[in-house]
Design a protein around this ligand. Structure first.
Ligand SMILES: Nc1ncnc2c1ncn2[C@@H]1O[C@H](COP(=O)(O)OP(=O)(O)OP(=O)(O)O)[C@@H](O)[C@H]1O
Ligand SMILES: [Mg+2]
Length: 379
């Protein structure tokens, strides 16, 4: 049944007496009906919303006619309205948070900034390793600015048909110009990778040029966000087009601590010692937020499935299962411990004997004698 999701959400909102949810999804339903040519039905919902003072003109008038690639007939982007974006707790360090807030505030205060003759930053590049929150941040910004997010589908955009890629890019940017939005080019390096894929170098040049021109002519009612984890693949001229560039990298110590506390609290695991936290904070160095989340949740899940309380060592085991895929975890416990020890020393040679003892659940003297054995093996 069409619009089943919207109906469900409206019912949920009604039962929970969440009038915001009812309004949001009723607005979305009205918009979808309008897009389908069901003007009368849409207007009836609009009327009810207007009476209650919760009519959102922006959502209703937003054109859903996303351009499509003439070859594959697939849409070049997917559009999500702000109400469809889930609110999540996101973790970024203090300096990044400030820069994000400043970017958001600048857009919100664009009229005031313009009255001082100041430009509004409307291009943002997010770069850094996988799983640290680039995509999440683009969605978060759309939600905070109450703008639809138009997610470019790079696979469709980059048409195999010579010449169509530039045309698709132009159509997409024109769409973004007409409809204020966050235009999101995720995994943006795919365009740069054309360098290897396309036989004809000329095609790449045309695509990059068309991208540059389109970025230059995008008005500042829409915001362009690009994300990549291969920033070195990006053409220098494209890199320069982005007024704000944020490096979203692996969480540092303090942030790792916050992340662990929050995730464990979300999954109802609250009874641990401070010491336990210190060990995990150290162990999770150079891991992404996505990795940390996976390890913690999976460890708790494993214990729940075994019908017992989660213990500290479950998290350590979860870590080894997830990260150290090259460590043999079967066999003689002493040999396994030494394998784990070797792995730990590789990732962090400065772990203290005490810390290693805690991680591997043994006395630090055992670690000391393991050290000797490992040394012996090497000689
Ligand atoms: N900073 C963060 N705060 C909260 N959750 C995060 C954060 N970073 C990653 N996550 C979790 O990891 C998942 C993946 O994050 P996201 O897709 O934003 O990563 P990414 O940086 O875009 O990675 P990729 O380069 O692979 O696209 C999220 O859905 C979320 O659950
Ligand atoms: Mg991503």
């Amino acid at each position: 049944m069409k619009y089943y999701t919207e109906l469900l959400k409206i019912i949920e909102g009604g039962i929970k007496k969440d009038s915001q949810k009812v309004n949001d999804y009723a607005t979305l339903l009205a918009k979808k009906l309008k897009d389908d040519g069901e003007e009368k039905k849409s207007q009836r919902i609009e009327k009810i919303l207007m009476k209650s003072g919760s009519f959102d003109e922006n959502t209703i008038n937003y054109s859903r006619q996303v351009p499509f690639d003439s070859e594959s007939k697939l849409e070049v982007a997917t559009v999500l309205m702000p109400i469809q974006i889930e609110e999540k707790t996101l973790f970024y360090n203090e300096s990044l948070r400030q820069q994000i807030d400043e970017f958001i505030d600048s857009y919100k205060e664009s009229d005031r900034l313009a009255s001082y003759g100041l430009n509004i930053p409307s291009t943002l590049l997010l770069y850094g390793p996988p799983g640290c929150g680039k995509t999440e941040l683009a969605f978060f910004i759309a939600k905070r600015l109450n703008l639809p997010i138009v997610i470019a589908r790079l696979d469709t955009l980059i048409s195999s048909y010579l010449g169509s890629t530039s045309k698709n890019i132009r159509m997409l940017f024109e769409y973004a110009k007409k409809n204020p939005c966050i235009l999101f080019l995720d995994e943006f390096d795919a365009i740069a990778k054309l360098r290897d894929d396309v036989n004809e170098q000329g095609e790449l040049k045309r695509v990059v040029n068309s991208l540059l021109q389109n970025i230059d002519f995008l008005n500042d009612r829409s915001v362009l966000i690009g994300a990549t984890n291969h920033e070195n693949l990006l053409d220098k001229a494209i890199w320069r087009r982005f007024g704000t560039r944020l490096n979203i990298s692996y969480p540092e110590r303090q942030l790792r601590r916050e992340i662990i506390i929050q995730i464990l609290s979300d999954i109802g695991y609250n009874t641990y010692k401070r010491n336990f936290l210190d060990v995990l904070v150290d162990l999770f160095e150079s891991l992404s937020v996505a990795d940390i989340e996976q390890i913690l949740k999976k460890s708790v899940r494993t214990a729940v499935l075994k019908n017992r309380e989660t213990e500290f060592l479950d998290f350590i085991e979860g870590y080894f299962n997830y990260i150290a895929t090259d460590v043999n975890l079967d066999g003689d416990p002493d040999a396994v411990r030494r394998e784990k020890l070797k792995f730990l020393l590789k990732i962090n040679p400065s772990f203290s004997l005490r810390m290693l003892g805690q991680i591997l659940n043994c006395h630090h003297n055992t670690i000391r004698s393991d050290f000797k054995k490992i040394q012996g093996e090497l000689e």
